[in-house]
Design a protein around this ligand. Sequence first.
Ligand code: ZN
Length: 225
Amino acid sequence: MSKEKQRPYAAGNARGAKKTCDTGAVISLWKVYAFSGTVFQGGNRSGSLGTLTLKRPDKRVKRMRSHSAYMKIALQEAWKAYESGEIPVGALIVSDDGLMLARAHNESIGRNDPTAHAEVIALRQAAETVGNYRLTHTSMYVTVEPCIMCAGALIHARVKEVIFGAFDPKWGALQSLYHLGHDERLNHRLHVISGVLEADCIDLMKRFFRERRKGEEKQGILDSE
Ligand SMILES: [Zn+2]
């Protein structure tokens, strides 16, 4: 077997591919390179990177630079949730090879589904994409610290690393309220990085709840008239 095939989710197999999930969602697999804070999305059906002839950067440099680049994409997802009136949380899953396997945002209200948090939807998409319920060689980027349910799902999926933006003092299960990622009674550990683009992630949450409060106050005035 070639070296390329031995690697999980080898870029050569998945680049530019599209896959339809059970949910009907069509997922594209992107190769994301981050240089000087800019995100390039490459990959096409022929499997080439088109005009993007960028060399794969040194792994250490790539990791250092790409956290905020990937978080920006998670923030784009969070904005989609915001625009739909959902709590603005966005998540994406990236393989060790830098392939984006899934991207999702909160859809609990729209789907009438209390489990439809961005992280759970992304885990389902990624597992469907790779054809495996274990996501061992992956990292999740999520704009807000995962809740108890999502932290549990991340452990079940054996995700390697979780990078989040804003802390959640009310629900956060990785650092704020609990440290489920490092609980020795469980059989899997999550490597956790917090505070990536934290200000942007907090701003969006604050904006959402401020506007929701305003709407509720307005509603209260109308009701009392
Ligand atoms: Zn959650």
